[in-house]
Design a protein around this ligand. Structure first.
Ligand code: CMC
Length: 428
């Protein structure tokens, strides 16, 4: 392929460099488009064709179903590593040595206390508030209690802010659940590892001993690894763009939590289970729902199906499907919802509508089933996704700041009214 792309407008030719990524991806560099053409912009709603940055964090090939963090295959990491180690890799570019890991884990633990006044803010929420709304608000509120995490001047301050973020957000996530249940809030238990601690904070109640089940711990660890990063998706792009104004880490992550909440993004895992439950309640007629999903007059979509980037299979869904079978068998759970999910998948994968549009089960299709088996309530599913995605958001935020990227500010094509004279209300 040539090294330049030529754009011809009204007989005049403009040349733009073609740049290549390490995995052979190519992009037309249009940084000089407006300047050289006298104001032309590109129009790409939903950014389906637009690269917003270069990045060294995650490589994914949607056609081949490849997903790698810092060059390491997701499958190998999910099998052999653990969530906190993968978090370190994604954020700090290399797998940690033993010493680096020890320091990372202990620094995170040292920051796991939350200012008691944060509970006053939590008190203001109604009991039935969605935990994602609570998590986003409390994450933003952390800024007020940790002003140092806002104006980051050097790598050491960055390191400390990263450890604070990783320490405090799981505590807030567990508080969101406790609030909903009307139970007292737990604090971190620094004798446990990161995943054990998340489970204990969520499920321990004062009147009973909470016993950690290794099957549950391992399943959650693996599930969170699968969610760590997914390059420039909606919430990650949000974190980068908010951070590009030099807003602090907590403020940027809070915006990412809000972006993740939507049912077309992370909220899909909750929507999948609700959909499967309503199919079950409706007699389990899978074909009926396939027809609804195909009917363009019906707003119903098959939740957990389709992906902006994966047009063959979602590698995360493959790992999760296998894990769902293992976890359910090992915990001795028979979930009729899983049977409906399997039927739905089988029918959809044979159906012309889904084949033609390359719609396959995505990460959210099976993750909800595992969360259910682990005893995590439905409204907390997207919160679990947020905990999993946290290292990715942090890594992308750090990369954006270290690259000194300019403030994100897209253009638009104005198609509204031309100038009109203002008329006072009497004359309208
Ligand atoms: N059910 C039925 N039809 C669908 C679905 C679906 N789940 N997804 C896409 N389509 C159809 C869509 O109607 C369109 O048809 P046509 O070409 O006839 O107009 C075609 O497939 C292309 O869809 P699109 O909306 O243009 O594709 P997109 O890349 O903009 O959207 C998506 C991707 C994930 C938002 C979409 O597939 C969807 O809404 N899926 C359901 C929600 C979901 O599971 N989201 C989780 C995504 S993975 C985790 C994450 O990133 O958070």
């Amino acid at each position: 392929m040539s090294d330049t792309a030529i754009l011809e407008i009204d007989g005049k030719k403009y040349e733009f460099p073609i740049i290549r990524g390490t995995e052979g991806e190519v992009a037309i560099d249009i940084k000089k488009l407006r300047g050289s053409t006298g104001g032309l912009i590109t129009l790409d709603p939903g950014y389906k064709n637009t690269g917003s940055c270069t990045s060294k964090i995650t490589f994914l090939d949607g056609e081949k179903g490849i997903l790698r963090y810092r060059g390491y295959a997701l499958e190998e990491l999910a099998e052999n590593s653990n969530f906190l180690e993968v978090a370190y890799l994604v954020i700090f570019e290399e797998l940690p040595t033993k010493e680096q890991f020890k320091k990372f884990e202990s620094t995170i633990k040292s920051y796991s206390m939350i200012n008691e006044e944060m509970k006053d803010i939590l008190d203001g929420f109604p009991k039935n508030a969605h935990p994602m709304g609570i998590l986003s608000s409390l994450t933003s509120a952390l800024t007020a209690f940790n002003p140092k995490a806002v104006a980051i001047e050097n790598e050491e301050e960055m390191y400390q802010a990263i450890c604070k973020t990783l320490a405090k957000i799981p505590v807030l996530a567990s508080w969101a659940l406790k609030k909903n249940r009307g139970y007292p809030m737990n604090y971190s238990n620094n004798n446990l590892n990161y995943i054990e601690n998340i489970l204990e904070m969520m499920f321990k109640i004062p009147t009973e001993t909470y016993k950690l089940d290794p099957v549950v711990v391992n399943a959650l660890d693996q599930l969170l690894i699968l969610h760590v990063d997914h390059e420039q998706n909606c919430s990650t792009s949000t974190v980068r763009i908010v951070g590009s104004s030099h807003a602090g880490m907590f403020a940027s992550i809070s915006a990412g939590v809000s972006a993740l909440w939507g049912p077309l993004h992370g909220g899909a895992n909750q929507a999948v289970i609700e959909m499967l439950e309503s199919i079950a309640k409706d007699g389990g007629d899978v074909e009926k729902y396939i027809l609804k999903a195909k009917d363009k007059k019906d707003p119903f979509r098959l939740m957990g199906f389709g992906h902006r980037v994966y047009k063959n299979f979602d590698p995360r869904a493959r790992i999760i499907k296998k894990s769902a079978d293992e976890v359910l068998a090992s915990l001795g759970i028979e979930d009729p919802i899983l049977e409906i999910a399997k039927k739905l998948e089988a029918v959809a994968l044979e159906d012309e509508y889904f084949i033609k549009r390359k719609l396959y089960p995505n990460v959210d299709f099976y993750s909800g089933i595992i969360y259910r088996a682990l005893g995590i309530p439905t409204e907390m599913f997207t919160v679990m996704f947020a905990i999993g995605r946290l290292p990715g958001w942090i890594a992308q935020w750090r990369e954006m700041r270290l690259n000194k990227e300019p403030i994100g500010r897209p253009r638009q094509l104005y198609i509204g009214e031309k100038y009109r004279e203002f008329l006072t209300v009497e004359k309208r």
